[in-house]
Design a protein around this ligand. Sequence first.
Ligand code: DAH
Length: 363
Amino acid sequence: MTTVDGAGSVELEIEIEAIEAKALALVEAAHSSAELAEVETAVLGKRSAFSEAHRRLGALEREVARRVGRSLNEARSRVHAAVVARREVLVAAERAAALEADRLDLTEVVGSAVRAPIERGARHVVTKTREELEDVFVGMGFTVAEGPETETDWYNFEGLNMPPAHPARAMFDTFYLDLGAPETVLLRTHTSPVQVHLMEEAVEHGTLPIHAVMPGRCYRRDTPDARHIPIFHQVEGLVVDREVSFGDLAGTIETFTTAYFGPDIHSRLRPAYFPFTEPSAEYEVTCQICLGAGCRTCSNSGWVELGGCGMVDPAVFEAVGIDPDEWSGFAFGFGIDRLAFMRHRFPDLRALVENDVRFLRQF
Ligand code: DAH
C-alpha cells in the first residue's frame, strides 16, 4: 500500500537513518567529556534533528506514524547508547591523564645521584686519634672511663686542691654557666675532674686500685689561633695503687709515646707545677717536624709540650677519702687534638673545627 503518506514515510525513514549516522559520527568525534555533553544536547535534545523528525510524524497516517516512530525511537536509543559508551571511554582517559599529571617526576633526582654518588662520611681525625690512644692504653692494662662535661666547682677545682682564689685557677680561663650561685657550675676546663669522680666511686664501692684513662671534650675561653681552640679534647690517666713510683709514671709515658708515635719519638719530663700532683712535670715529645734538630714549631728546643703529669697530691687523696699513707698514684693529662696535630703535622689546630672536607678526607 503506497500512499502519499507512505512515500513521505520512506523519505522520513531514510532521513532518520542519515540523522543517526551523522549523530554517531559526531559522538565518536568528541574528544572530551565536555565536548561530548555539547554533542549530546545537539543530537538528542529538543532542537535536534531527531526531535524535528518526530514532529513530522504527525503528518503521517497513524499506522505508518507508529512504525516510523518506532524506528526513530530505536535510532535515538542507539545514539544514546553510543553517547554513554563514549562518555565512559573519555572519562576514564581523563582520569588517567589527571593521575599522570599529578605524578612526581623523580627521574632527575635519581639520575643526578647516579652521576655523582653521595660520598660516604668518615670518622673525624680527633675521633680516630682518641680511639687509637684508647687501644694503646687498653693494651697496657688501663680501663676507659668517662665523666660529665658540665661540672661543679668542686670537681673541676676544689677537689683537685685548687680552693677558691687559688692562683692556679688563672691557668684555666673558664666558661661558667648561669646556674645556681655565681661561678659554681661550669664547662670543665680539663679532664682531671673525672679523676675525682673515679676515686669517689672507688671509695664508695671499695674497688681500689684504679688504672684508668678518661678521654673527653674540654672548654676554655681561649681566642682561637693556630695552637688553641676553645673546645678541645684531652685524655686523662690515673693510677691509684700500692707503692706506685715516679718511675712507673715515666715508664708508662715513654711506652705510650713510642706506641703512638713510633720508635723515633721519645718523651721527656720537665719539672713543673700543678696543684693536684706533687711532684709535677710537663710532658714533652721529640718535635715531629725537625725530629729534635730544632725548628720554628718547637722554638728551636727540639721538644714539643703535650701535657702534664705527676704523683697524685696527698691533698687530693684526702679530699676524696683515700688514705695517702696506704695508697699512692700518678696522673697525667694530654691534649688529643695536639697529639693528632703533632703526629699528622697539620699546620693549624683550627682546621679540626672548620669542616673543610679537603682537610678531613686526608685521614
Ligand atoms: N689538667 C692539666 C691541664 O689541663 C693537665 C694535667 C697535669 C693533668 C697534671 C694531670 C696531671 O692529670 O697530673 O693543664
